[in-house]
Unconditional design. Structure first.
Length: 295
DNA sequence: GAACCGTGGGT
DNA sequence: TACCCAAGGTT
C-alpha cells in the first residue's frame, strides 16, 4: 500500500451530502417504482418540469400494477406535455411486464432491467444504484461531461461510447453505499456546477483536481452536437396531432386532426400514420381517431 | 454511428 | 432572435 491519496469521491461524496438538491424522488421512503418513474420522466426533460407530474403519478399509480391496469390513453394524458410520449407508452408497457412477470417488484438486476421497454444502459444502472443500492456505474450526459473535464481534461464529452462505463466505474469508491452516492454526486455536479454552456468553476469543489482546469480550460472541437431543428419538423406535427387527442374527452373526427396542421396536408397524413404505427394513436371502425385503449 | 423522437426554458 | 440544451432509448 502506498501513501493514501485524496480521490474525487473523497471530495464529491461529502459535497453531495451537503449540497444536493432536495428532489422529491430522493426523499427517504421513495420506492423503486418511484425511482424508475423519475428516471423515465427525466430522459431528456429538465428536472423542473418533472417534479409536479412525478408527484401526481406516484399518488395515482403507487405501484406498477396500478398503472398497468390503466388504459394507455390515461397514461398519455397524465404524461401531458413532458415530451417524447413514446416514453410514457414504454413505461406503461414496463409496468405491465413488472406486474405480470416480476411480482409487481421493480427488478434490481441490470440485465433484467435492460430487458424492459424504455430502459436502456443509463436507466437500468440508475435504478440498480439509486433504488437498490448496487455498486454499478451510472453514466448520463452530466457524468460524461464531468469525467471529460475533470479526468480527461477536455472541454466537452464526445459522443457516448462503451468506454464511458469503465471510465466511470474507476471513480467509484469500494463501499457500495458510497458508490451510489458518488454516482449521484457526479450527476449533481454536472447538473448544477459543471454545466454545459457556462461552467461555474469558481464554485466547483473539485476544481483543484480538475484536469481541464489544470490545462487552462482549452476550448473544444466546435459544436459537439448537431443543431436541433424544430419548426416544420415531423416532431412538431406529431406533437400538434397528439395535443388535439390529449385535449379531447374521447375519439375525434379526422377533420379535427386535419385542422391541427394546415400547412402541409401530406406531411400531416404521414405523421398521423407514423403515430398509428407507434401505437400512440388508434383509429376506430367509424373512422374517428383516439388515444390508444380509449373507447 | 447517426437519425429520429417533444417540449420549453435559458442566454 | 436564434440557438443551445435537457437524468436517453430505439432503430
Amino acid at each position: 500500500m502506498g501513501p493514501t491519496t485524496t480521490t474525487l469521491a473523497d471530495v464529491l461524496v461529502p459535497w453531495f451530502r451537503a449540497h444536493a438538491r432536495d428532489l422529491p424522488w430522493r426523499r427517504p421512503g421513495t420506492t423503486a417504482w418511484g425511482v424508475l418513474v423519475s428516471e423515465i420522466m427525466l430522459q431528456q426533460t429538465p428536472v423542473a418540469r418533472v417534479e409536479e407530474p412525478w408527484r401526481a403519478w406516484l399518488e395515482r399509480w403507487p405501484r406498477p400494477s396500478a398503472m398497468a391496469a390503466a388504459p394507455a390513453s390515461e397514461v398519455l394524458r397524465a404524461w401531458g406535455k413532458l415530451g417524447y410520449p413514446r416514453r410514457a407508452l414504454r413505461l406503461h408497457a414496463a409496468a405491465q411486464a413488472i406486474a405480470a412477470d416480476h411480482g409487481d417488484v421493480v427488478p434490481a438486476d441490470v440485465e433484467t432491467l435492460e430487458s424492459l421497454p424504455g430502459i436502456g444502459t443509463y436507466t437500468a444502472r440508475a435504478v440498480a444504484a439509486f433504488a437498490h443500492g448496487q455498486r454499478v456505474p451510472v453514466v448520463d450526459t452530466n457524468v460524461r461531461r464531468v469525467v471529460a473535464r475533470a479526468v480527461l481534461g477536455r472541454a466537452d464529452a464526445g459522443a457516448a461510447a462503451s468506454r464511458d462505463l469503465a471510465d466511470t466505474e474507476a471513480l467509484l469508491p469500494d463501499d457500495t453505499a458510497d458508490a451510489a452516492t458518488m454516482s449521484a454526486a457526479l450527476m449533481e455536479l454536472g447538473a448544477t456546477v459543471c454545466v454545459a454552456r457556462t461552467p461555474r468553476c469558481a464554485d466547483c469543489p473539485v476544481s483543484g483536481a480538475c484536469a481541464w482546469q489544470r490545462l487552462g480550460r482549452p476550448a473544444g472541437d466546435g459544436p459537439a452536437r448537431k443543431a436541433q431543428r424544430w419548426a416544420g419538423t415531423d416532431r412538431q406535427v406529431r406533437g400538434r396531432l397528439l395535443d388535439v387527442l390529449r385535449g379531447a374527452p374521447g375519439p375525434v373526427p379526422a377533420a379535427a386532426l386535419d385542422a391541427a396542421w394546415l400547412t402541409d396536408p401530406a406531411q400531416r397524413a404521414r405523421c398521423l400514420d407514423s403515430l398509428l404505427v407507434d401505437g400512440l394513436v388508434e383509429q376506430l371502425a367509424d373512422g374517428r381517431f383516439c388515444l390508444p385503449g380509449e373507447q
